[in-house]
Design a protein around this ligand. Structure first.
Ligand SMILES: NC(=O)c1ccc[n+]([C@@H]2O[C@H](COP(=O)([O-])OP(=O)(O)OC[C@H]3O[C@@H](n4cnc5c(N)ncnc54)[C@H](OP(=O)(O)O)[C@@H]3O)[C@@H](O)[C@H]2O)c1
Length: 315
């Protein structure tokens, strides 16, 4: 099968031929129809998890995908050949991922069936970004009348987070460039903050001098300085970081709940999100659909930033 691999941490991704994996006991072999691209994919191959998880090389890149169950291993009861499935397929100790024609998953893994009405492309765009957005908004403890800032709202996680937050009745402040402003308002943003004009925290502080109720921060990197975002929050509020940039102890001293969020997809959450997307109640902007063979160029472009939606690879 064709697959995009790295041969070591930090190595350039390359397209190679690999043997198609065999499903073992309790596992399914999935023929991939679309693979979603996420910043996590190259953070992993850069070595983000190298001290905590074993990696097998050559390592197939990628996590998110949608496809059809080709074969099942012994003891599989949850899925049958022909089922349309999607989810997260990264298995670092086995060297397996989603930028490939086939991958293997455990039947009890982070996968679920796809409703008929949902395309493989949209399904592949959901798992990491939309599950993170869903869980980040839950963690933000929003209520009617609350005001929330989503810092990094223009990207994959942010666009879903805007929709989940707007549904709670909260007032959503979303960062974005003028080109994306109409789209973000259409998704439910009350105010779009052009972060290229002046620092976001200065614009929010000027408009809400009394403070706001929550920040979902998708921008501050691990080890970065999140104090400007924290400074916007009043007592009783919540700061959620997807890059482990908050210091919950320091925030607790000011009456602010700090949450470092790692997404945890379950079959139930994936089913909920797929049903919302199939019904048009969760919208995902597909920025590009690109052949798998062009994955190395796609990764290089995505690393440079300026995402305006999700990119999906098609084997
Ligand atoms: N912990 C988890 O489970 C988890 C899960 C998913 C994602 N993440 C992390 O969360 C972050 C967002 O992920 P994603 O998939 O949404 O990434 P993405 O699709 O690349 O989007 C990031 C967005 O942030 C914007 N941005 C960059 N700098 C900004 C700034 N200073 N102010 C406002 N916006 C800014 C980018 O626009 P420009 O480049 O044009 O500035 C881009 O639109 C990434 O760091 C990712 O690794 C963590």
């Amino acid at each position: 099968m064709k697959a995009v691999v790295v041969t070591d941490f930090g190595a350039e991704p390359q397209l190679v031929d690999l043997p198609t994996p065999e499903p073992g006991s309790g596992e399914i072999l999935v023929r991939i129809h679309a693979a979603g691209v996420n910043p996590f994919d190259w953070k992993v191959t850069d070595g983000a998890l190298k001290d905590s998880v074993r990696h097998d090389f050559p390592l197939v890149m990628g996590s998110d995908a949608a496809g059809i169950v080709e074969r099942t291993g012994p003891g599989v009861t949850r899925f049958r050949p022909g089922d349309r499935v999607y989810g997260q397929f990264m298995r670092l100790p086995q060297g397996q991922g989603s930028y490939a024609e086939y991958t293997v998953a455990e039947q009890d893994g982070k996968i679920a069936l796809i409703p008929e009405a949902l395309s493989f492309t949209l399904a592949a765009a959901l798992p990491t970004a939309s599950v993170t957005a869903y869980q980040a908004v839950q963690a933000a403890r929003l209520g009617d009348g609350h005001t929330l800032l989503i810092n990094g709202a223009s990207g994959g996680v942010g666009q879903s987070a805007v929709q989940f937050a707007a549904r709670t009745g909260a007032r959503v402040l979303a960062t974005g460039t003028p080109e994306l402003a109409d789209h973000l308002r259409d998704l439910g943003a009350h105010t779009v903050i052009d972060f290229t004009l002046a620092p976001t925290h200065e614009q929010v502080a000027a408009a809400y001098p009394e403070g706001i109720d929550a920040v979902v921060d998708l921008v501050t990197p691990t080890g970065g300085n999140i104090s400007a975002m924290a400074g916007l929050l009043r007592s009783g509020s919540t700061l959620v970081s997807t890059n482990y940039a908050t210091d919950p102890d320091a925030l607790a001293a000011r009456g602010v709940l700090g949450v470092n969020l790692g997404n945890r997809p379950t079959a139930e959450t994936l089913t909920t999100l797929a049903e919302l997307a199939a019904a048009g109640e969760l919208r995902v902007r597909i920025e590009a659909e690109v052949p798998l063979v062009d994955a190395p160029a796609v990764i290089a472009k995505a690393r440079a930033g300026h995402a305006t939606g999700k990119t999906v690879l098609v084997p």
